[in-house]
Design a protein. Structure first.
Length: 574
């Protein structure tokens, strides 16, 4: 018959209750027995002593002539006759009765003395009986104490053993179960519980072992599959031509492929499982790759015995927290894309454009000079049609010169050959030059150029006067071009921290949001616009401003106009 934990607990507490009842019952019985013996002593002997003393006092009363003494003696004698318990006490009491009857007829001192003697004998018999019974009661008490001590000692040993072992019977399996669960949580699926009991703990151990065995089997099957998938992913990563570096959220390097090892100049064991910032201390390329900001310019890295160009792309890997479902960052993957061939092609294109533009400037200048000579009356007079054709030739020549100039500027920008002449420049010089240059163009459309506030109230800046003035002219020229007839363009200067911002606002059609990020791209022109141009002006302006340490941007709302602005550092000596 199997006993469950509940039954065993019930039996254990029932045993404790039985022991308490046993000790309590023995104690109660012993106390009752002692009380009974004490009561018998009082009833049997002590009362006889009291009766005899009362009769002696009655005899004294008879002798002195006290009226109630005879009835008092009779009353106590009757009680004594009913309380005879010891041997010889009955005969002495009968003799007292006989003597009392004699002195009742005729009082005699000798008869009284005989009665007193008999009473003393009765008292002596009872006193001896009291001493004897007291000794017996004391022996009974000693026996009771011995029995209680013996039984209490046995019960104490049993209870002490029970207290030591029974809690362990409950707690030890729970402790082993807790340790086993911790081992399972640490993925030690070989852990097993060994309970010899056949109760709920035994069933629990059996269920735990079954669970651990199944988890072990599942883990081994998953581990094999995961190892297979990991090897396949490692093979794919290693066969990729782009260098790849994987980092966890703590910037520990998880994986690198062969191309990345080649670029870094380190073997895979020197990288995997290492803290990336520690590697970056001794490796410049790793230090560059760990920078948070994304660089627009390609990285120049010496690889394959030549300088190669790479674009860095950082992919942030995130997942969901298992507890609350919130997104959590898992790490980053850095990918370097080799763009050396494209960079070489782009450089060749840039050199080609620069060469062609430079070569075109000479014949275009000759055409411009020839058209100017044709207008000279000394060469000959021209009719109206010839003058119109000559005017078209002059305009197209100016347009070709502007295009070739922009192409040469963009070629300088792309080859990194921008030559800047930094100097202390007053803001009014830039604004005045731009307004004067565009005065005629603005007057033709009835556009008013408004400056607010005055540029003279602002401190000087460190910039290239010629290129900055060209940028201001370019921005205001676009504003005039896109403004409606008889409109206005507002020129504003404002100081922001350590920068001075120049801006030009028009009230034309504006730029749609989807095109605002592209207006500074090379050769980009807003679809549907009727203006002519190469689409290089804003791209060149951005490169010039960036090279001067400034920023350029646009704010526009379609249908309400646009505001183009650029900012340059203030003169640090001011």
């Amino acid at each position: 018959m199997k006993l469950g934990i509940k039954s065993k607990l019930t039996l254990g507490f029932a045993f404790l209750f039985a022991v308490i009842l046993l000790i309590g019952g023995i104690g109660a019985f012993s106390i009752q027995q002692i009380g009974y013996e004490s009561k018998e002593i009082l009833k049997d002997n002590y009362e006889s002593v009291i009766f005899c003393k009362s009769m002696m006092q009655a005899l004294d009363g008879l002798e002195n002539g006290i009226p109630d003494s005879r009835s008092a003696f009779e009353r106590n004698l009757s009680k004594q006759e009913k309380n005879i318990t010891e041997a010889g006490e009955k005969e002495l009491t009968a003799e007292v009765r006989s003597g009392f009857q004699n002195i009742s007829k005729q009082f005699s001192p000798a008869a009284e003395s005989a009665i007193r003697q008999k009473l003393y004998q009765i008292i002596d018999i009872n006193m001896q009986a009291i001493v004897r019974k007291n000794n017996l009661a004391q022996q009974t008490i000693n026996k009771v104490l011995l029995y209680i001590g013996f039984i209490g000692g046995i019960c104490f040993l049993i209870l002490f053993t029970f207290i030591l072992n029974f809690p362990g019977y409950i707690a030890n399996p729970i402790k082993e179960l807790t340790a086993g669960i911790k081992e399972i949580a640490n993925k030690n699926y070989s852990e097993r519980l060994h309970f010899k009991s056949s109760d709920e703990f035994g069933e629990l151990a059996e269920a735990f072992n079954t669970m651990a065995q199944r988890l072990d089997s599942y883990e081994n099957s998953n581990l094999a599959r995961l190892m297979f998938e990991k090897k396949r992913i490692d093979t794919i990563i290693n066969n990729m031509k782009d260098p790849i570096i994987g980092l966890n959220e703590k910037q520990i390097i998880l994986f690198v492929n062969a191309e990345a090892c080649k670029l870094l100049g380190l073997a895979e064991p020197e990288l995997v499982s290492k803290y990336a910032p520690d590697v970056a201390v001794q490796n410049d390329l790793m230090r560059t790759l760990l920078k948070q900001e994304e660089s627009v310019k390609p990285l120049k890295i010496f690889a394959d015995n030549k300088e190669s160009y790479f674009n860095r792309e950082t992919l942030s890997v995130s997942g969901k927290n298992e507890q609350d479902g919130n997104p959590v960052k898992l790490g980053n993957v850095i990918i370097l894309k080799n763009i050396t061939k494209f960079q070489e092609l782009d450089l060749a294109k840039t050199n080609f454009i620069a060469t062609i533009s430079h070569e075109l400037k000479t014949p275009i200048a000759s055409i411009k000079l020839s058209s100017k000579l044709l207008k000279d009356p000394r060469i000959g007079t021209l009719n109206s049609e010839q003058e119109e054709l000559l005017g078209n030739i002059h305009d197209e020549t100016e347009r070709l010169l502007r295009i070739t100039g922009e192409l040469l500027d963009i070629a300088q920008v792309e080859t990194g050959k921008i030559h800047l002449n930094f100097q202390e420049v007053k803001p009014e010089e830039i604004v005045s030059y731009a307004i004067e240059s565009l005065h005629f163009q603005a007057r033709q459309k009835g556009i008013s150029l408004e400056l607010s506030p005055s540029a003279e109230s602002f401190p000087s800046i460190q910039a290239d006067l010629e290129k900055t003035a060209w940028i201001m002219v370019n921005l205001l020229s676009n504003a005039i071009r896109y403004s409606p007839e008889n409109g206005k363009v507002i020129i504003t200067l404002s100081k922001k921290d350590k920068m001075l911002e120049f801006s030009g606002r028009d009230f034309g059609q504006g730029i749609e949001t989807k095109y605002q990020d592209k207006v500074f791209d090379k050769f980009f022109r807003i679809p549907g616009s009727n203006t002519t141009g190469t689409g290089l002006g804003l791209a060149i302006a951005k490169e010039f401003i960036t090279a001067e340490g400034g920023e350029i941007g646009v704010e526009s709302e379609f249908g309400k106009g646009s505001r183009f602005f650029f900012s340059l550092p203030l003169n640090s000596r001011k």
